[in-house]
Design a protein around this ligand. Structure first.
Ligand code: 5GP
Length: 155
C-alpha cells in the first residue's frame, strides 16, 4: 500500500450511506435518547450499552470514519465529546472515562457514520460485550436525563 493510501484511509469503506442509522437519528427519522445537540454535533445514549452511561457523539456532517470528515467537523465532534465526557463522568461518578472510535469493519466498526464512544469506567466493573444487549428504554431515558442534568450544572 502506498503512503498516500495510508494517509487518506479511503480504502476502509467504499462510500457513505446517507440512510445509515445515525444519519436517520440526525434527521429525526429514528428516535434516540439525546443528551446534547448543537449546530454541528449530536450526542445520545448507545442503545446496547457496554456499561451504564455509554454515550455516543457524532458529527451532523456525513462521513463513515475519521478519514472521511473535514478537520473542522472533527474538531467540533471532539469538542462535544470532551463536554459530554465530563458530564458522563459526573453523572455516573466515574473514576475514569474511556473514549473509543472505530474505523472500518476490521476494527470492529458496525455503524458507518463516524462516532465517538464515551464509556464511564470504575475499577472492578468490566465492559459488557460490544453491540449485544439492549437495555430497557426507561433506563436509557433516565441515564440521558442524568447526563443532561450534569451538562446543565456545568453550564
Ligand atoms: P461501532 O461498532 O460502529 O463502533 O458502534 C456502533 C454503536 O452503535 C454500538 O455500540 C451499538 O450498540 C450502537 N447502536 C447500534 N444501533 C443503534 C441504534 O439504533 N441506536 C443507538 N442509539 N445506538 C445504536
Amino acid at each position: 500500500m502506498s503512503d498516500s493510501a495510508n494517509d487518506s484511509g479511503r480504502d476502509l469503506e467504499n462510500s457513505y450511506d446517507p440512510d445509515n442509522i445515525f444519519a436517520k437519528i440526525i434527521r429525526g427519522e429514528l428516535p434516540a435518547f439525546k443528551v446534547y445537540e448543537d449546530e454541528h454535533t449530536l450526542a445520545f445514549m448507545d442503545i446496547m450499552p457496554q456499561v451504564e452511561g455509554h454515550t455516543l457523539v457524532i458529527p451532523k456532517a456525513g462521513g463513515a470514519n475519521i478519514f472521511d470528515l473535514s478537520d473542522e467537523a472533527l474538531r467540533a465532534t471532539i469538542t462535544t465529546t470532551k463536554k459530554v465526557a465530563s458530564a458522563v463522568k459526573q453523572a455516573f461518578s466515574a473514576e475514569g472515562i474511556m473514549i473509543a472510535q472505530l474505523n472500518g469493519s476490521a476494527a470492529g466498526q458496525t455503524v458507518f457514520h463516524l462516532h465517538f464512544h464515551v464509556l464511564p469506567r470504575n475499577a472492578g466493573i468490566e465492559l459488557g460485550l460490544h453491540n449485544r444487549l439492549t437495555v430497557d428504554h426507561e433506563v436509557l431515558a433516565k441515564h440521558a436525563e442524568q447526563i443532561r442534568a450534569a451538562l446543565e450544572t456545568a453550564g
